[in-house]
Design a protein around this ligand. Structure first.
Ligand SMILES: [Zn+2]
Length: 47
């Protein structure tokens, strides 16, 4: 699976702004906003 991450703070908690209606995403941690966040492949879930 692929998950989005913030290019600024590497946080992976990315949420839709305005419920995803405008296609804008926001980092929960640093409030960085962009229409396109980089994605990374996640192979295993480490606990
Ligand atoms: Zn961030």
């Amino acid at each position: 699976m692929k998950i989005r991450f913030c290019p600024k703070c590497k946080n992976t908690q990315i949420v839709d702004v305005a419920g995803g209606k405008i296609g804008l995403l926001e980092c929960v941690k640093c409030k960085f906003r962009s229409v396109a966040f980089p994605e990374m492949e996640v192979k295993k879930n480490k606990k």
